[in-house]
Design a protein around this ligand. Sequence first.
Ligand code: GLY
Length: 311
Amino acid sequence: MDVKEVLLLHGGAGTWKAPKERLEKALKDIEDACIHGWRFLKTGSAIEAVTEAIAYMEDSGSFNAGTGSVLNVRGYREMDAGIMDGSTMDIGAVAAIRYPRNPIRLAKLVLEKTDHVLLAGSSADDLARESGLEEIKAPSEYVLERYRDLLKKYLKGERSIFRKNLELINSLKWFDTVGAVALDSSGRLVAGVSTGGVWLKLPGRVGDSAIPGAGFYADKNIAISSTGIGEVIIKTMPGIRIAFLVEQGYSLEKSMELVIDYISSAWGTGNTGIIGVDRKGRHHIVFNTKHIMVSYKDSEKQYAKLLSREQ
Ligand code: GLY
């Protein structure tokens, strides 16, 4: 039986409160990333499609990942990324890294060339350097400007490095992490994700994008990629929950709806978005934020959209 090839991307769940031009550029970039990744789905595998689509978004500067990554409370970037091949259950993830232009390429390298699942910090950066991965460019003026504004607000408040910065970040509800899920013609399901994390985070903070089962997960039935507040996503492990429900016989759609309802009832709304695809090529998107940006392609249709919901 022919397998329906599918590529679905997200550019982050959140308020997407941005000037019109930035929104339009992000929509164009996510659509181009999907078309770019699709070529790799046709000529390679779901692993290449997910990696290349995410690398494209990391390079675009439109999203909180790679070059567009947000800055932590000390003013520098620390990025997380992960990728999982559902056909082998192999995983590659990197946490709190600063060197590579494309964290997703380092995650893929961990998956394909090491005996490990997750590498962190400066040693992971050394591996990227030694493996010839390109170095990241300086943050864009857009990121720097935003950081300066936020820092001003943060410094004005009654601050503590332990709590108050997370309150400020949560009040922004802007989490434009990038992610992708794909099903290729051999039936292989792959999930990936990449992020700069949350604004003004403490140095060393690792979010869900480095944690399999939380930010990303794939097995023989499904591939899932999450976006939102990493602390909530790690506590609720949506990838594992959805995989388990599908294993029990629920559809992908029903499983994802049950899990987002659970997250909203346990942790409130405004914190999570999830994209998923199953082995039949059916896809679904759930989010409890105001918006999520997505792009989709199969052999018949293609779109890029900012989806909305009333809160
Ligand atoms: N979801 C991205 C992060 O919280 O790091």
